[in-house]
Design a protein around this ligand. Structure first.
Ligand code: IDP
Ligand code: MG
Length: 144
């Protein structure tokens, strides 16, 4: 039997979560599920970095509010590793809207609608292996 190489995911603990002192709680859940943290840093993103990261959203009406949200303070960027880590972490995080995310998920347990233009939902996780490779190169160029 051959072992496949483990996958990787980019995780961002977003500024609302850092401000609420939830970094440890969020990364604890990733570790408790069994994934390895293989890189970690604190960074306040620039609009230029976000334009790369959120390239798929640039034309959307809520894009300026995302930039305002994501540049409002430091984020904790992490790379986690493990078999099917993208699926596993997206499942841990729950769907985009925190109001509707199921209890048991990070967004469902810890998030809510604060009436802001940008949807504050605590955490980002790459949505595919291809997105993960692209996003890890943006946030951790030293790893590539
Ligand atoms: P995801 O983070 O669950 O992958 P995406 O659709 O990739 O969700 O959206 C990226 C981020 O943009 C979301 O996490 C959220 O913070 C914000 N966002 C998404 N849709 C909306 C919206 O309709 N209004 C305001 N902000 C949004
Ligand atoms: Mg996304």
């Amino acid at each position: 039997m051959t072992n496949q190489a483990p996958g990787r995911i980019l995780i961002l603990v977003k500024p609302d979560a850092v401000e609420r002192r939830l970094t440890g709680e969020i990364l604890r859940r990733v570790e408790a599920k069994g994934y390895d943290l293989v890189a970690l840093k604190v960074v306040t993103p620039t609009p230029e970095l976000l334009a790369e990261h959120y390239a798929e959203h640039i034309a959307k009406p809520f894009y300026p509010s995302i930039v305002e949200y994501m540049t409002s303070g430091p984020v904790v960027a992490a790379v986690a590793s493990g078999h099917r880590v993208v699926e596993g972490c997206r499942s841990l995080m729950g769907p985009t809207e925190p109001t509707l995310a199921a209890p048991g998920t990070i967004r469902g347990d810890l998030g809510r609608d604060w009436g802001t233009d940008a949807m504050k939902n605590l955490v980002h996780g790459s949505d595919s292996d291809e997105s993960a490779a692209r996003e890890i190169a943006i946030w951790f160029p030293e790893l590539v």
